[in-house]
Design a protein around this ligand. Structure first.
Ligand SMILES: Cc1ncc(C[n+]2csc(CCOP(=O)(O)OP(=O)(O)O)c2C)c(N)n1
Ligand SMILES: [Mg+2]
Length: 554
């Protein structure tokens, strides 16, 4: 049957199980999506169209692909605005499918902005659909890349959405993802090093979550009796009440990174300098680097032994090898768990204290502590913003399942938390979904709050309202490093709860520590009937949190 390109794409998306597409108009594929009954989640700008789809892929660990559309072509206004979202998805390695208009054949070179070269810098693959007949081929390639290897965004540019082709000539069959298992020689060599080490440390990255390998990580940690740290993006890969879990950041993490003589990195790029740790005295340590992609091997630190392959197959192979070598006994238990507990208790003591604080303005840690008490850790989603909310929550927020908390941002683009909370609600409607933000993140998301109301998305935005960019200004530590550019209108000048209440959200403004918890409970109750909520907590500026090791304050 002869069909047009846009219809072909819409039908293939349905075949691939795509339940909805986020968008900001216009894109020439959208009307076909509408006609074919693919629901569209219309965001209020192109960056958020990308970010919601990106976050959906992250939260479902790539099992359900987030798809978005935005304007491209010669008038690439949408694409230029979407670029921020694309760059972030690429930076963080998120398998999101982005569909846009391509520059029509015969119109290249018309604009200053070079669409193809800019898109290539932020994608795993930029496909330019130069012939209608190639729709099935391009979609097969796209979904293969989205589901195999190192995750990353795929961008498909459609220059002629109304071109036609015969869809029976190359009927589309949904593709699966393919995985590779590591070389057994490398597995044996890695285990030899691992069993020789005095103080091995497991350094788990987000690849563990994408590979659905949380249980395998736990099993290996227990067998080799090694402490575990996770990256920001892998937060939750090991239940954080596990006796071998050290932390994401903080003094106890620094202690183990320093003390370890061997680092077994799994599913992490080991790329320091942004929102991750450097490895102190790396040249004196043995680094075993397990990764799906050779890109990161020997990247910043010398790799003693690489193990290339899917994180789950790798962990299973390591587990089997350790088990065979030790007749199932693993490494002797010693007092590793007791030491981890002591280090965690010492490292977290000062935060636990303020989590119970009754001071006014409210200490932000009091909000996080109460949030942990109110939410069911097995049935909720929390995410942070760029700024102190990231730094503080990733220091203390106990996460008991993968994606119970979404840590994000190798570079952290303000405003992503709302996209993440929306995506979490779409992925797991029964879970409470909470975005914790400061005023900067809130500023980015304001226009997009309308989407919550229109789509009846019961999401709660928790605002740590402190009248400025706490990490930059005078704040807690004296002069601060950006004293000229940190103050904004704060709670004394603007009543945000009133502003957003007028928009239609359930809102509260809370200044009493005792009211932190009940206000959260009321917000979550409102969410249950599909009403979004905004809670403004009048907080002090308190830029205190666990540091990244080997990284200067910035
Ligand atoms: C798109 C973007 N631009 C700039 C930054 C740099 N930046 C990071 S946090 C921040 C301010 C955070 O202040 P606020 O939201 O009030 O949070 P607080 O630290 O006070 O809790 C800025 C400007 C960024 N992360 N993203
Ligand atoms: Mg602030």
């Amino acid at each position: 049957m002869t069909i047009d390109v846009a219809t072909g794409i819409a039908r293939i998306l349905k075949q691939e199980g795509v339940a909805w597409v986020s968008t900001f108009p216009v894109c020439r594929v959208n009307n076909a999506l509408g006609r074919e009954g693919v629901p569209m989640l219309m965001m209020r700008d192109d960056r958020y169209a990308v970010a919601v789809a990106d976050a959906f892929s992250r939260i479902t660990a790539g099992k359900r692909t987030g798809v978005c559309t935005f304007q491209g072509g010669v008038n690439a206004a949408g694409m230029q605005y979407a670029y921020a979202g694309l760059a972030q998805a690429y930076e963080d390695g998120s398998p999101v499918l982005c569909i846009t208009d391509g520059v029509p054949i015969g119109s290249s070179g018309n604009s200053q902005f070079d669409v193809a070269s800019s898109m290539k810098t932020v994608s795993k693959w930029f496909g330019y659909l130069d012939k209608p007949e190639r729709v099935p081929e391009f979609m097969r390639r796209a979904f293969t890349m989205l589901r195999s290897g190192r995750p990353g965004p795929v961008i498909l540019a459609v220059p002629n959405a109304t071109g036609t082709y015969d869809d029976t000539a190359d009927p589309y069959i949904p593709v699966k993802g393919w995985k590779s298992a590591p070389d057994p020689v490398d597995v044996r060599a890695a285990v030899t090093l691992l069993l020789q080490a005095q103080n091995p440390l497991i350094y788990a990255g987000e690849g563990v979550i994408y590979a659905d390998a949380a249980d395998d990580l736990k099993a290996l940690a227990e067998l080799v009796n090694a402490p575990v740290i996770t990256t920001l993006k892998a937060k939750g890969a090991l239940p954080e009440n596990h006796p071998l879990f050290v932390g994401v950041r903080g003094d106890q993490v620094a202690h183990y990174l320093t003390k370890s003589d061997l680092i077994l990195a799994v599913g992490s790029s080991l790329s320091p300098g942004r929102f991750s740790h450097g490895i102190p005295e790396a040249a004196k340590k043995t680094i075993i680097h397990c990764n799906v992609d050779e890109l990161h091997i020997n990247k910043m630190y010398p790799t003693a032994q690489a193990v290339i392959g899917d994180a789950r197959l790798t962990l299973q192979a390591l587990l089997k090898e350790v088990s065979e070598r030790t007749s199932g006994a693993g490494r002797p238990a010693g007092d590793v768990a007791a030491e981890v507990k002591a280090a965690r208790d010492a490292g977290l003591a000062k935060y636990r204290e303020v989590m119970a604080s009754n001071e006014k303005p409210i200490n932000p840690y009091r909000v996080y502590g109460d949030l942990m008490q109110v939410l069911d850790p097995h049935n909720s989603f929390v995410t942070h913003e760029s700024g102190n909310t990231r730094d503080q929550l990733s220091t203390v927020y106990d996460t008991l399942m993968p994606r119970g908390f979404l840590g994000w941002g190798n570079v952290s683009t303000l405003g992503f938390s709302l996209a993440a909370a929306i995506a979490a609600k779409k992925a797991f409607p029964a879970r409470a979904s909470v975005a914790v933000t400061g005023e900067a993140g809130l500023g980015y998301m304001l226009g997009n709050l309308e989407v919550l109301l229109r789509e009846k998305l019961g999401v709660t935005v928790v605002h740590i309202s402190n009248g400025g960019f706490a990490g930059y200004g005078p704040g807690f530590w004296g002069p601060g490093h950006d004293p000229f550019t940190h103050a904004v209108l704060g709670p004394n000048e603007v009543d945000m709860a009133k502003v957003l209440g007028a928009l239609g959200l359930h809102t509260e403004r809370v200044s009493e520590p005792a009211e932190v918890k009940p206000a959260l409970q009321r917000a979550l109750a409102a969410n249950e009937s599909g009403r979004p909520a905004y809670i403004e907590y009048l907080c002090c500026q308190y830029p205190v949190y666990g540091q990244w090791v080997g990284r200067s304050m910035e």
